[in-house]
Design a protein around this ligand. Structure first.
Ligand code: 5AD
Ligand code: SF4
Length: 471
């Protein structure tokens, strides 16, 4: 069950591991296959990698069997994520033994964390490439083709891949991720991201707007602006001297088209401003949904986590969101069993969940990551069974909160962006409300992907709203 929670996290919010569609397989001499794990940022990065490879004459394929190159874009956030990748590498090893010319490359956070050590640990890996080194992939492939091991894990202070047009892999043609910044400067003590993705840097605003405009012109109806901490987006246009903050960027993207939905993730509670909330209120096409990770409800634990806010500060932020955006969905990330966590600290987490009335949470037990501040400073002293028990209490409470939130929607009508058939029954279609809730409804005649429909909610489960399209 607990294993499932981590998996559900990775699959729900962060998409399933995927391999791209073939892009005219006959057109290319060589083919690459890429699988992605972890956060949305990794999925967006795989689309940049695909673009770089395609420019060099490599075609994407969904079929591992015909691939000349296999890439795995990895995640290090919890130990479990790394174990999943290692298991997958053993599958690739078998393929490699059968086809000696096949090259295997490890990309992303695990490549960065383990660097050349990876080549010792996983003998059949040929390339190890960190998140800021994807432009050097063509050279690294050439090196690996001569039988050498190829490694580039240099982090950069300014790489944003701003000029690279991502190749949309496995896209539904309706929604796309757009990366607006890279790295993180926050140094939350539990988190490995500042070490694997480097310093925070914002991408040139004009290239972001150009990418969103192109998506809109190609028929996309939703963009999600991605960054580890979007509220600290900050860009100065050297030509015009204009300063672009996250609030102004959001406004510019919202102005591209009133039927282009705009979402963003992730917001750090210390950084989200009233200005952002007011821009959200001003534009109907900016979705009323904020992912606002709390991590813990105890001020003492928050301090050890280096989150730089207290329980009271967080609660005031929730109040402010509800005041300016009364119909806003709020979700969270929660960690159970961080170092020194007492029963009282845990109860503070449960009570802040009640207070915030989260529609959804991604819930984990603490997993110590080598090299992080917490690993260096504190003892991972909460026994695993206690972590799991506390996590289960958090999961149970979130189940109740999600159900209660869904019950409040019964009888209401939402504008839903139709994404396609529901997994369970192809006669039903699914889409999302502005608040990011999944709504399933019988497909009316003529409905197409990317259409907006008004759906009246008639029933619900804990995870899904059920409804019917209103005339
Ligand atoms: N252990 C457990 N959960 C973690 N997260 C980040 N690092 C760890 C860790 N070491 C969670 C946080 C973060 C989410 C992406 O993953 O809740 O917000
Ligand atoms: Fe990790 Fe904190 Fe940065 Fe999020 S804000 S990536 S949790 S260091």
């Amino acid at each position: 069950m607990l294993d499932l929670i981590n998996k559900v996290h990775d699959e729900n919010r962060q998409g399933e591991a995927f391999a791209p569609f073939p892009v005219d397989e006959n057109h290319y001499k060589k083919h690459f296959y890429i699988e992605s794990y972890g956060c949305s940022m990794n999925f967006a990065d795989s689309e940049i990698v695909a673009s770089i490879l395609q420019d060099q004459g490599f075609g994407a394929t969904r079929n591992m069997e015909i691939a000349d190159l296999i890439f795995i874009n990895t995640c290090s956030i919890r130990e479990k994520a790394e174990q999943t990748v290692r298991k997958r590498l053993t599958d690739f090893k078998k393929l490699k033994r059968a086809r000696p010319g096949l090259l295997v490359g490890v990309l992303g956070c695990m490549a960065e964390r383990l660097k050349a050590k990876f080549l010792e640990e996983e003998k059949l890996v040929d390339m190890v490439v960190g998140p800021d080194a994807y432009r050097t992939l063509p050279g690294l492939i050439e090196e690996a083709e001569t039988g050498q091991k190829a490694v580039n894990v240099l982090l950069s202070r300014d790489e944003t891949y701003a000029d690279i047009a991502p190749v949309r892999l496995d896209s539904n043609g309706v929604s796309a991720f757009v990366s607006i910044m890279r790295g993180c400067n926050n140094m939350c003590s539990f988190c490995v991201v500042p070490f694997t993705r480097g310093r925070e840097r914002s991408r040139d605003a004009e290239s972001i707007l150009a990418e969103c405009t192109n998506l809109y012109n190609d028929g996309y109806k939703e963009v999600t602006l991605l960054g580890q901490n979007v509220d600290s987006y900050y860009y100065v246009n050297e030509r015009s001297d204009e300063t672009v903050t996250f609030a102004s960027l959001l406004e510019k993207v919202a102005q591209i088209g009133s039927d282009l939905r705009v979402r963003f993730s992730t917001s750090h509670p210390k950084d989200i401003t009233d200005e952002v909330l007011h821009i959200m209120a001003k534009y109907e096409n900016i979705c009323k949904y904020i992912h606002l990770p709390v991590q813990s409800g105890s001020s003492r634990v928050l301090q050890l986590m280096n989150r730089t806010y207290t329980r009271e500060w967080y609660m005031a932020k929730v109040d402010r969101i509800r005041e300016i955006l009364p119909d806003c969905g709020i979700s969270s990330d929660i960690i159970a069993g961080f170092c020194t966590e007492t029963v009282e600290d845990h109860e503070d987490t449960l009570s802040i969940m009640e207070y915030s009335r989260y529609d959804l949470s991604y819930m984990f037990f603490y997993s110590e990551r080598p090299g992080t501040l917490a690993a260096r400073r504190y003892q991972d002293d909460i026994p695993l069974e206690v972590k799991k028990r506390r996590l289960q209490e958090i999961v149970d409470l979130q189940g109740r909160l999600s159900r209660e939130s869904n019950l409040l929607d019964l009888g209401k009508t939402f504008t839903v962006l139709a994404e396609g058939p529901s997994k369970k029954n192809p006669a039903d279609w699914m889409g999302r409300s502005s608040q990011n809730k999944v709504i399933v409804f019988p497909k009316p005649e003529g409905l197409k992907k990317g259409d907006y429909v008004k759906v009246k909610v008639t029933d619900c489960t804990q995870a899904t709203l059920l409804g019917r399209v209103e005339e």
